[in-house]
Ligand binder design. Structure first.
Ligand code: UDX
Length: 440
């Protein structure tokens, strides 16, 4: 919404939320999320045409277009628990919109939703027949965290799905015109509303599937002395495949991939497509397998016991350039290490606050959170790289090596360090999909 306000100075954008603390943070000097470039934009336009408020009733009443961006977590209860999307917040929002609206509005689904949710929203909105019209559009968001501003300024595509009725098409046109203020028209894709809802789920499923594919191959590389970096470079040179999203690692995290695939799997099961459901579910299984494999490799390399050893986790965010730790592989690895009775030290440039929250329930005093990498690694038996922060490539590993217990190990779960150099310094180096480099 900050980007829309920034690019469309003639529009007035108000972001409303029930969470008072969050809105207060959006109105303060310290924004509640870290995203490169966002601070500058918010600072430029806040109070001019971008506002943050908890007055939801006024927000609904006074605006012509409402973007519904509430969360749709995986359901934790009842039918579909652990798989289906929990749509209670979407439904509550639709009921609020109906209650407070005094004029016709365009309602835009921004949240990622199961296909055919627009039908539910339409039914709820039109149930009271107050003489106001609601047109529903689907406009899923494809930005990735850490590069959100760049992705929004220069998107591969903006997708707008609508009903193909006269008023549906009119609503679609209004939203196209908004984006057309900065996005070239050929990148604004219009479709029917169900294609739009499904295309978002499928886009995330395809991205995650690429990661699981390369991770599955990394396991085979480790058995055969093939090198996953070479394999992925060669495979990616086929222009039909392309080079992106072929980095093997500890597995994907983030708030979207797992949730959206589970949602897709549930939809397939709902429609009786068991084979299709199984196919997509395998993407998640390989992701779990990759993390499981990583921890087993670690135990095996460190003489079959981690008990009493001190392990330093380099990076807790689910990817670089964000403080977000949702579904971060580091959470699972940290928990496993603690189960093995290891002492865990966590360092991360942006995610320590979230790491503390994630591990609060199991932190029995065996976890240290230290921002300085050198201090964090001091006295440790091993370093496990969990996040691809570029700053990790620039550290003085000689200095780190000297301060650690020997034999010292590096487990590079992101394949980002200079393994040869680390080995020459004295580390035993284990990476993903490459032969280990060991001194014994
Ligand atoms: C993703 C989609 O990219 C985005 O289009 C959608 O709108 C939201 O979900 P995001 O979760 O922010 O975005 O990050 P992304 O860059 O896709 O990375 C997801 C995870 O996959 C991270 O844990 C990342 O480290 C991992 N990853 C990515 C790999 O392991 N290997 C790769 O080659 C690429």
């Amino acid at each position: 919404m900050a980007m829309i306000a920034y690019k469309c100075p003639q529009c007035r954008v108000t972001v409303v939320d029930i969470n008072e603390d969050k809105i207060a943070a959006w109105n303060s000097q310290v924004l509640p999320i870290y995203e490169p470039g966002l601070d500058e934009i918010v600072r430029k336009i806040r109070g001019k045409n971008l506002f943050f408020s908890t007055d939801i009733e006024k927000g609904i009443r006074e605006n012509d277009i409402i973007f519904v961006s509430v969360n749709t977590p995986t359901k934790t209860f009842g039918v579909g628990a652990g798989m289906a999307a929990d749509l209670q917040y979407i439904e509550k929002t639709a009921r609020q919109i109906r209650k407070f609206s005094q004029s016709s509005k365009i309602i835009v689904e921004k949240s990622t939703l199961p296909v055919r949710t627009a039908e539910t929203i339409e039914r709820i909105l039109n149930a009271a027949n107050k003489g106001v019209r609601f047109d529903i559009l689907s406009n899923p968001e494809f930005l990735a965290e850490g590069t959100a501003i760049r992705d929004l300024e220069n998107p591969d595509r903006v997708l707008i799905g609508s009903r193909e009725t006269q008023s549906g098409l009119k609503a679609r046109k209004a939203l196209v015109e908004l984006y057309a203020q900065w996005v070239p028209k050929e990148r604004i894709v219009a479709s029917n509303i169900w294609s739009s809802e499904l295309a978002k789920l499928v886009s995330n499923a395809f991205l995650a599937q690429r990661i699981s594919s390369i991770n599955a191959v990394s396991a085979l590389c480790e058995k055969t002395e093939a090198d996953i970096k070479e394999v992925s470079r060669i495979v990616g040179m086929d222009s039909r495949i392309g080079p992106k999203f072929l980095n093997a690692g500890i597995g994907f995290g983030g708030s979207c991939f797992k949730k959206d695939i589970l949602n897709l799997v549930y939809l397939c099961q709902y429609y009786g497509l068991e084979e299709v459901a199984d196919y997509w579910e395998a993407v998640i299984k390989i992701n779990e397998y990759q993390q499981n494999r990583f921890i087993r490799n670690m135990i095996g390399a460190m003489f079959n016991t981690l008990a009493g050893k001190r392990i330093c986790i380099f990076g807790f965010a689910f990817k670089a350039d964000t403080g977000d730790t949702r579904e971060s592989p580091a959470i699972y690895i940290a928990k496993w290490l603690l189960e093995e009775n290891a002492a865990v030290v966590i360092t991360d440039p942006k995610a320590l606050k979230n790491a503390k929250l994630d591990l609060a329930e199991i932190d029995g005093g065996n976890i240290l959170f230290i921002e300085d990498h050198y201090k964090a690694a001091k006295g440790c038996h091993a370093i496990a790289v969990m996040t691809d922060w570029s700053s990790y490539q620039k550290l003085d590993y000689q200095k780190i090596y000297k301060s650690m217990e020997k034999p010292a190990f590096i487990f590079d779960g992101r394949n980002i360090l200079d393994h040869k150099r680390c080995f020459e310094i004295g580390f035993n180096v284990y990476s993903i999909g490459k032969p280990p480099m060991v001194h014994f």
